[in-house]
Design a protein around this ligand. Structure first.
Ligand SMILES: N[C@@H](CCC(=O)N[C@@H](CS)C(=O)NCC(=O)O)C(=O)O
Length: 224
């Protein structure tokens, strides 16, 4: 079975799938598109025009990062998803919540003024509180075993590590477990290799282009 992941270089949802593919050492091909000008063929295969899309060799296409990751996990044993149905369901719930954390982060990077930035920051902190509360001793979300929840949150931590909000959204004192989790993930080759070499530059440019205000509050975006 050959797998082709359709990607946009800055997309955190695609990155979730790249991490899963790399962690599982599953062979795949990656095709980048420009979401600002999506090609005709992409709009034909991705029903909602979103990345990631995973194209299989029989032409079938899957969409939604969490579903794509479960599929990759199912076809490349041993499974990362826990075998216990309850644990698996709980993991899915937190993967779903991770989408809100990605949205928080995106809105922070795009906030056009102080009021919006501060209100998104408050929501971001409150949502991270919920994650801190559920985490155990680590190193991974489920303890000793790396799972799809880890792949789902790593893109968020990589971005916070790069953009470094001046008024921190992940202070060690408030989020000791998240910080330890984040560090373990950032040390992992499957996470480090899940973006292109120019990723931090692209991200900084994207922030600057879309919000002069957010760029002022995010260290990476103000760097020359
Ligand atoms: N829930 C989806 C979200 C995917 C998503 O929003 N992708 C963005 C890029 S990061 C996208 O394709 N946006 C294009 C659009 O909404 O038209 C997933 O987990 O795959």
């Amino acid at each position: 079975m050959s797998l082709e992941l359709i990607s946009f270089k800055l997309c955190p949802f695609v990155q979730r799938s790249v991490i899963t593919l790399l962690y599982k050492q599953a062979p795949y091909k990656i095709t980048y598109i420009d979401l600002a000008e999506p090609p005709e063929w992409f709009l034909k295969i991705s029903p909602f025009g979103k990345v990631p899309a995973l194209r299989l060799d029989d032409g079938t296409t899957l969409f939604e990062s969490a579903i794509i990751n479960e599929y990759i996990d199912d076809i490349t044993p041993p499974q990362l998803n826990p075998s216990d149905p309850l644990k698996r369901a709980q993991n899915r719930s937190w993967i779903q919540f991770g989408e809100q954390c990605i949205v928080d982060q995106y809105q922070l990077m795009m906030a056009k003024d102080e009021e919006t930035f501060d209100s998104v920051r408050t929501r971001t902190l409150n949502n991270l509180d919920k994650v801190e509360k559920i985490l155990g001793k680590g190193p991974w979300f489920n303890g000793e075993a790396f799972s799809l929840v880890d792949a789902a949150y790593a893109p968020i931590f990589m971005r916070y590590d790069l953009i470094k909000p001046k008024d921190d959204v992940m202070p060690e004192s408030r989020y000791p477990r998240i910080n330890a989790w984040s560090q373990a993930l950032l040390d992992l080759p499957s996470v480090q290799n899940s973006v292109t070499e120019d990723f931090s530059k692209l991200l900084a440019n994207y922030i600057r282009k879309n919000s002069a205000y957010a760029a002022k509050r995010l260290v990476a975006a103000t760097a020359a």
